[in-house]
Design a protein. Structure first.
Length: 732
């Protein structure tokens, strides 16, 4: 999209701004000393960059202006504008390939409305009623720039400015004549009182200022109030959000009175909210991104996506029909969430977090007791509560470092991590905060939703994932996939990241950035994992990351330790159409004891072929396969939970989030490259999760013994030793 750029002088200082609804800015700066509007619409990215350059120059220049030189500020200001105009002309030539021909509004060349050929033709406005008339006269005069010579344009602008500021009779008629003329073809206006267009408002305000028409006041007041109410409502709806322009319009369609504003004027409501400091209007891909909080240190002035934090390595430049540029950069990293590009507007709402009240809470032990947690669970939850409720945290006003506002709950598979966070969620809600529970996979979101709603029946729970019907709703508790966090900004007081070591969250800097920016500056994050990444484990050991370890499951039995079984590779089994004798015997042993079997393989292409082989070799029919490419996967998993399927051949897609009361685990090709220590531990964690069958069987079936297998066995055995040392295990 394209936007207008203008400079305004307030309290003796110049500042350059960008607007998507210039009529709103003209009204807003009624008390400004001077205001000049660039007569050509520019691509949003270029306009914001130009404004930034101007303001940086202005800020540096103000440091050297002494009291004695302030009397000559008017000439200095125009010199500054002329210098800036030359810089912008060079920038536009580079953008357009050597020409500055205007692409909008039918005018030729760039320049300030009311300023041409270096003449000091800026508006001299002191009173509110003079401002409205001056703005309209200049806008009308500038409309003829494309049809008149430079000298004629200069004379006309000079006359219009003198007339607007002189206070003589006939000025209102002149304004109305200008607005009713050629300018109407640039910015059409409806009948008085039926449009929120700024030009119509200028006519009404001019007549109202000179007390020419009592009807003008009554007609204009209702639309202006509606726009102001819409701006306030838009700012409230956008709190904690980071949305592209189309997404923001879709959000406002569901709010009132913002929904009552016509689609073409929703931009006016957003612009008014921006001028009031309630929201920020930014270019989605910007060179200023490297200076924002939350990004790693990078080279200054490098292009970066403001939504996902990606740098130039993830940006691609292509011709753009929206802004007319031959090379408009867009982000490929977050393309599935909508195209984020240089000329696309990104609306960043004000932070919705950090609104916690200072009410006195009951003692932690009293609050923990109502959740029925085990001793190990209570100890970990109490440590997390102490971290989030200590008075020092509430006294900190600024943003905290990632490790300062994060707490790691390192709990074994089946330890009941979800139940452990209930007291922390309750604490945040009691203090008036908002809670986010994020997980990398949609399946886990759908599984958590009924459990969270049951635990907190009086709270509004929103679930967000691809295709969610609650996409634009706000709730006390939000359940979301990690990709949905790209649409939030400083929105939550408590952010819980479940399964942080799972794909696609693991090793994805864009999702890590999204999780960090969704947390309020004074909020905190709870990280849940049975197999945290090595760097987090090191930070925890060094005391640089607050953490609590839960080495035992809720039923207080030790974890099943995997056994190594030397077998052929799956490819060889399928080639020979025969199962090795030892593997077949182990499978039949699990079948005969009444267990359901997880059979993990590395390749999707092997799933269905292995299903047929198992049916033939074991002589059973309750065998099925599920993978990420299986359209019936959800139905098969449900049938597996219900016991209709006894053996499920699958990939790592089911290494997490599926609990079967009596189950054994067989991991084939355990020596493959796709199975690292974390994956092996997670797959082994599918066994022994029920108190009725805590000693499930786990077998690593492979041709060779590899380091990940050995490390996974050591990891599980170490957790059992810690649980025994701390007295968490049941004495048998």
């Amino acid at each position: 999209m394209k936007a207008y750029m203008y400079v305004v002088r307030q309290f003796g200082n110049w500042s350059c701004k960008v607007t998507i609804a210039p009529e709103v800015d003209i009204d807003f700066w009624q008390h400004a000393e001077r205001m000049l509007l660039w007569k050509t619409r520019l691509p949003l990215g270029i306009a914001l960059e130009a404004a930034e350059h101007f303001n940086e120059y202005e800020n540096r220049n103000d440091q050297y202006i002494s009291q004695s030189k302030q009397r000559a500020d008017q000439n200095a200001g125009m010199n500054k504008l002329n210098s800036f105009r030359k810089w912008l002309d060079i920038r536009l030539k580079k953008w357009r390939g050597g020409t500055t021909k205007d692409t909008g509004s039918g005018s030729e060349g760039g320049g300030w409305k009311g300023e041409q050929l270096g003449k000091s033709l800026e508006k001299t406005l002191g009173k509110q009623k003079e401002y409205s008339k001056g703005a309209g006269a200049i806008a009308g005069s500038a409309s003829r720039c494309g049809n008149e010579s430079n000298q004629e344009v200069s004379d006309r602008l000079d006359a219009a400015i003198r007339k607007a500021s002189s206070g003589v009779s006939g000025q209102v008629e002149h304004i109305q004549e200008v607005l009713a003329g050629e300018q109407m073809r640039m910015m059409p206006v409806g009948q008085a009182g039926q449009s929120l267009s700024g030009l119509g408002r200028q006519v009404a305000l001019a007549a109202d200022s000179c007390e020419r028409s009592g009807q003008a006041r009554g007609v204009e007041r209702a639309p202006a109030e509606a726009l102001a109410a819409a701006a306030q409502q838009a700012a409230a709806a956008l709190q904690g959000r980071a949305l592209l322009r189309g997404e923001a319009h879709a959000l406002l369609d569901g709010t009132a009175p913002a929904a009552a504003v016509p689609a073409m004027d929703k931009d006016a409501a957003l612009q008014l909210a921006s001028l009031q400091g309630l929201i920020q209007l930014r270019s989605a891909v910007s060179k200023k991104a490297s200076r924002e909080a939350g990004w790693p240190r990078r080279a200054k002035r490098a292009l970066r996506c403001l939504r996902c934090g990606s740098g130039e390595e993830q940006l691609h430049k292509a011709p753009c029909a929206a802004c007319g540029r031959e090379a408009c950069a867009y982000c490929t990293a977050c393309l599935t969430m909508g195209r984020s590009r240089e000329c696309e507007l990104l609306i960043i709402g004000g932070g919705a977090g950090s609104s916690r009240s200072s009410i006195e809470l009951p003692p932690p032990q009293q609050r923990l007791a109502r959740w029925g947690l085990s001793h190990a669970q209570s100890a970990a939850a109490a440590a997390a509560l102490h971290f989030t409720e200590q008075p020092l945290r509430d006294a900190l006003g600024g943003p905290l470092a990632t490790t300062q506002n994060s707490f790691l709950l390192w709990a074994v598979t089946g330890a009941g991590k979800t139940e452990m966070v209930f007291p922390i969620v309750e604490s945040t809600l009691l203090r008036g905060g908002r809670v986010l529970i994020a997980t990398p996979r949609k399946d886990v979101v759908l599984e958590l939703s009924p459990r969270i709603r049951k635990a907190f029946p009086d709270c509004n729970v929103v679930t967000l994932y691809g295709g969610s019907e609650q996409k634009w709703e706000q709730g006390d508790i939000t359940l979301a996939t990690t990709h949905q966090l790209l649409r939030f900004n400083f929105a939550f007081d408590l952010v819980i990241i479940d399964e942080l070591d799972a794909f696609p969250y693991l090793n994805d800097p864009q999702l890590h950035y999204a999780a960090n920016k969704s947390c309020a500056p004074a909020g905190f994050k709870i990280l849940l994992s049975a197999t945290p990444p090595a760097e987090l484990q090191q930070l925890a050991r060094r005391g640089k990351l607050g953490h609590a370890r839960v080495p035992v499951r809720f039923h207080r039995h030790p974890l099943p330790v995997p056994r190594l079984l030397r077998t052929l590779s799956v490819a060889k089994m399928l080639e020979k159409r025969h199962l090795p004798h030892r593997l077949r015997a182990e499978l039949l042993c699990s079948w005969q004891r009444g267990a359901q079997l997880f059979v993990f393989v590395q390749r999707i292409s092997q799933v269905e072929r292995l299903v047929l082989l198992l049916k033939a070799e074991l002589g059973v029919s309750q065998v099925a396969g599920a993978s990420s490419q299986d359209m019936e996967r959800i139905d098969k998993v449900q049938r597996f939970r219900e016991g209709d399927i006894r053996i499920l051949v699958t990939t790592t897609i089911l290494e997490r989030g599926v609990t079967i009361p009596r189950s054994d685990v067989f991991i084939l090709d355990a020596d493959g490259r796709l199975f690292d220590e974390a994956s092996l531990v997670q797959m082994a964690g599918r066994a022994g999760r029920s108190s009725h069958d805590p000693k499930g069987r786990v077998l690593f079936c492979a041709k060779e013994r590899t380091r990940p297998q050995i490390m996974a066995i050591r990891h599980i055995a170490k957790m059992n030793r810690i649980a025994k040392t701390e007295g968490y295990l049941i004495k048998s």
